[in-house]
Design a binder for this molecule. Structure first.
Ligand code: BF8
Ligand code: SF4
Length: 620
């Protein structure tokens, strides 16, 4: 059975160990939940008001309307809209936290501007004067103020939308989905899904697209740009991934969550001589950091910090018995890790006032004291190190897998010699057939990482360049697809391009908010070719998604004109109308659409056919 849970030896070894120790894991809880509610899976249940909860009978025999009279189409569309709102809000609130730090950069100890050039470039996009007379801190403050306006309710459109091709903007204008303020779109969804407001399912779906664009070209893009400005724009570098990145003889601190505000401060503090001395006095050989999930991707991309794993590794990592502290901020952090940590010596440290966990130790980080708090957490980890339980220690007997990371768009352009032209040339001559963004999560309903890896392998074999983010990126890295040597797994055309540039066939673009890098790249390519994004030989895939954030990402890709393959069915099958719109009719509106295909081989075939069709239409 354990074989069915994950493709990776490190994960399986840990699942067995934790099972032997009687610890309940995500797979056990999934089993306990089965059979899961069929109404909810189809999107047919509603508890938006106290006349309910209501459900619609999918077989047409029982009730076809909720107490208020809402039918299946309205209920499914409303539920989906609330998921998009939550996903967009998550990315965007993360973005806002970064903007608040940007406003204080240079004035507080932990945060400075590490990419001044990018600060000035983005500030100019916001119409800010960047003359030499202004200090870097002044520009940062003005940019932060201008970005906060993007979250408000006065603007007619968010600023970075202007990066999209002209044709795309015209399509959005015609559809009435130009996003205004980020907060405004999310609030409007909450309003429109209250009982008795928007009862036209198509109108609701259009608001889903608009809100998702407020995320992709707003909250997420702001998060990426400000992270680069504050912590440095990533550049290619080698690093390592899997559970063997933990070190038995060192103090191990696992960085889990999403926002580099916390993880970057901890990385900085970990090289402090005084703390290293303290660790040695405690009997450790050093202080070792390892990432998990998206904040792991952030520090991996920028600093080469080793990556312990992705979403389904978060419980298992504690089971090694060598994690002294696991420090989290927010999103995708299973509450269960606190319970599991109690079986070991591990302390879970929460850091955000908006994400406290019952049973965890709260060390609140603010921009003013992040420097101090990061040191406090490391000191705590050194104390915990002394409490390790020798009989519970077991790091899986595997070797860390190497990867090349750090492919920001700026880094890709640099590798190409400063212009997109060489990339366009190899796409035009067919050496590279197209580009696919592989994104999203793990889901315990699927064998961990299997679909991500199988899809990426098949795509590169067929000369499709894969760019990945989030947990998909960790999956591909663990499978060894992210070393320059992996070029040999690619088709001849892609292999030669990778070999010439010394890059892997699967490029790591970062965390989930960094899917905005994909939007930036596709917009730039489309602009260069004088076409729309929907005409490009490109696609997206979220084969193992679980999160509402992934729904928002999928929606902004579709709104931007992309075919998006989902490997896990979204809860929309209760409405034929919603299903039809999202998997067919939306193509006439945006040029993009969703396809649901859990089989990675078939998903790859669908994508390859799509790419060839787009090439044919472009005449290349
Ligand atoms: O934002 S890929 S499981 S960690 S939601 Fe979460 Fe999904 Fe991982 Fe990052 Ni993204
Ligand atoms: Fe039922 Fe309508 Fe209330 Fe939903 S909004 S719970 S369908 S009465």
């Amino acid at each position: 059975m354990v074989e069915e849970y994950s493709v990776h030896a490190d994960a399986r070894a840990m699942i067995r160990k934790l099972r032997d120790e009687g610890i309940q894991l995500v797979w056990d809880r999934l089993e306990e939940q089965e059979p899961q509610c069929g109404y909810c899976a189809l999107g047919l249940s509603c508890r938006n008001c106290a006349m309910g909860p209501c459900r619609i009978d999918p077989f047409g025999e029982g009730p076809q309307k909720g107490v208020c009279g809402a039918d299946a189409d309205v209920i499914v569309a409303r539920n989906l809209a609330r998921a998009v709102a939550s996903g967009a809000a998550s990315h965007s609130d993360h973005g806002r936290d970064l903007v608040e730090v940007l406003a204080k950069a240079g004035k507080v100890k932990a945060y400075t501007i590490r990419d001044v050039e990018k600060l000035k470039r983005v500030a100019q996009e916001y119409g800010i004067d960047v003359t030499d007379a202004k200090s870097v801190e002044e520009i940062a403050f003005e940019l932060a103020e201008a970005m906060l306006e993007d979250f408000g309710s006065k603007k007619e459109r968010i600023q970075l939308l202007s990066r999209a091709p002209k044709k795309r903007l015209e399509i959005w204008e015609k559809l009435g989905v130009i996003p205004r303020g980020i907060d405004r779109e999310v609030v409007e969804i909450m309003h429109r899904t209250h009982m008795g407001v928007d009862n036209d399912p198509v109108n609701l779906l259009l608001q889903c697209l608009r809100t998702s664009l407020a995320d992709g070209f707003g909250g997420s893009m702001i998060a990426t740009e400000v992270s680069d400005i504050l912590f440095g724009t990533p550049e290619p570098k080698m690093a390592a991934v899997n559970l063997a990145t933990l070190k038995e003889n060192e103090v191990n601190i696992v960085l889990h969550g999403h926002n580099p505000i916390v993880s970057d401060a901890v990385v900085d503090a970990a090289s402090d001589d005084e703390l290293l001395k303290l660790a040695k006095e405690a009997g450790a050989e050093g202080i070792n950091l390892a990432g998990l999930c998206c904040t792991g991707n952030e520090v991996l991309m920028r600093k080469g910090v080793p990556m312990a794993g992705n979403h389904l590794i978060q419980e298992l990592v504690i089971g090694t018995g060598v994690v002294d502290v696991i420090i989290v901020d927010y999103q995708c952090i299973m509450p269960s890790i606190v319970d599991i940590a109690k079986c070991y010596h591990t302390t879970v440290v929460t850091t955000s006032p908006k994400a406290k966990f019952k049973g965890a130790t709260h060390v609140e980080f603010t921009p003013e004291d992040a420097h101090k708090k990061a040191r406090e957490v490391i000191r705590l980890a050194i104390e915990r190190f002394k409490e390790r339980k020798a009989d519970l220690i077991k790091i899986p007997d595997v070797k860390p897998v190497e990867l090349m990371t750090g492919f920001s768009i700026e880094a890709i352009l640099k590798a190409l010699g400063g212009s997109l032209q060489p990339l366009l040339d190899v796409i035009k001559d067919g050496s590279i057939r197209g580009i696919v963004g592989s994104v999203g999560c793990n889901n315990p309903k699927l064998k961990q990482d299997n679909s991500h890896i199988a899809l990426a392998r098949k795509l590169i074999e067929n000369d499709v360049l894969v760019v990945d983010t989030g947990c998909a990126a960790v999956a591909d890295a663990k499978a060894g697809l992210k070393t320059p040597e992996a070029a040999k797994l690619a088709g001849d055309g892609l292999r030669k391009v990778c070999e010439a540039l010394g890059i892997p066939p699967v490029l790591h673009l970062g965390s989930c908010v960094d899917n905005s890098r994909i939007l930036v790249a596709l917009s730039a390519i489309a602009n260069e070719l004088g076409v729309d994004i929907s005409e490009l030989p490109v696609a997206g895939a979220a084969m193992e998604w679980y999160s509402e954030k992934a729904i928002a990402i999928g929606a902004y890709f579709v709104a931007s004109g992309l075919l998006v393959v989902l490997g896990v069915p979204p809860p929309i099958y209760g409405s034929k109308l919603v299903l039809d719109v999202l998997t067919e009719k939306v193509e006439d509106l945006t040029g993009g659409k969703f396809v649901v295909e859990p089989d990675p081989d078939k998903a790859a075939e669908i994508i390859l056919r799509h790419i060839e069709e787009k090439r044919k239409n472009l005449g290349i």
